[in-house]
Design a binder for this molecule. Sequence first.
Ligand SMILES: Nc1ncnc2c1ncn2[C@@H]1O[C@H](COP(=O)(O)OP(=O)(O)OP(=O)(O)O)[C@@H](O)[C@H]1O
Ligand SMILES: [Mg+2]
Length: 301
Amino acid sequence: MVTTRTHPLLTAPAQAGAVTPCANAASASADPAYWQAAMPLLSVRSIEVVYDEVILVLRGLSLDVPQGAIVALLGANGAGKSTTLKAISGLLKTENGAVTRGEIVFGGQRIDGTDPDRIVRRGIFQVMEGRRIIADMTVLENLQLGAFTRRDRENVARDLDMVLTYFPRLRERTGLAGYLSGGEQQMLAIGRALMARPTMILMDEPSMGLSPLLVKEVFAIIRDINRTLGVTVLLVEQNTRAALSVASYGYVMDQGKVVLDGTADELRNNEDIKEFYLGGAGEQRKSFKNLKSYRRRKRWL
Ligand SMILES: Nc1ncnc2c1ncn2[C@@H]1O[C@H](COP(=O)(O)OP(=O)(O)OP(=O)(O)O)[C@@H](O)[C@H]1O
Ligand SMILES: [Mg+2]
């Protein structure tokens, strides 16, 4: 089923709460280019994910990522953020997980159930949590590995050079990747993703284990890659502040569902987000469900 849902960023009402005039929508709908531009690049629609055929982890999760955007996916430990990324990249299959309901549409085509290598060829590359670089290979070998699905071998050397200009530290590291610092490993993991020339990168907690200074550096690079190469990014983070500094839109997950979404500004100014994720969360707050806006929203639905 193809729906014509559009991402709030794409319909872009001038002010929050503004209603898009129907007359506008009707005249624009005659132009196929309008719909093409208005369709999100990635659309996750009410998916359920089950591990080992019995463990239900995602319970009707939906989100949209417009072309060229950085969208943040936030939430506490165990909310299902990594599972969402793996559902999109097809890596769920490697963990005996499956999308059992809903659909994932990328560039207008369904990709749920597709093998991970085919999804890479379609243009989605996941940078896994914990970096997952190959420790006993060199930096260059790791980067070349990112290009393994490419048919245009003649451009690989040039892209290698481009990646090393984004990450000048890596150029100096000629030894095994296992000896790189945590920050350098994170950069290598992102660089390896770029070597696949992806349309979209899924990043799982790039800030994990990095000093505040390095977090800044890595996020500046993510923003740069997005702006200069036009790579669309879905960014999973527990570091809400860092994520909202680069993302234009964000979703907050709790227990396998989206419980809140909005522009980065809306989320930064949301009282519950401030309390729960931007400092000041008390120990008694075990779940986003306890929070006011979630309860309010539930009453409205
Ligand atoms: N391979 C698996 N098999 C069974 N259950 C799993 C598997 N991977 C994750 N889960 C469960 O799914 C739930 C969501 O896990 P997930 O890793 O997606 O959360 P997360 O939001 O990424 O958490 P974190 O912030 O800690 O990385 C957890 O309860 C977890 O135990
Ligand atoms: Mg995770």
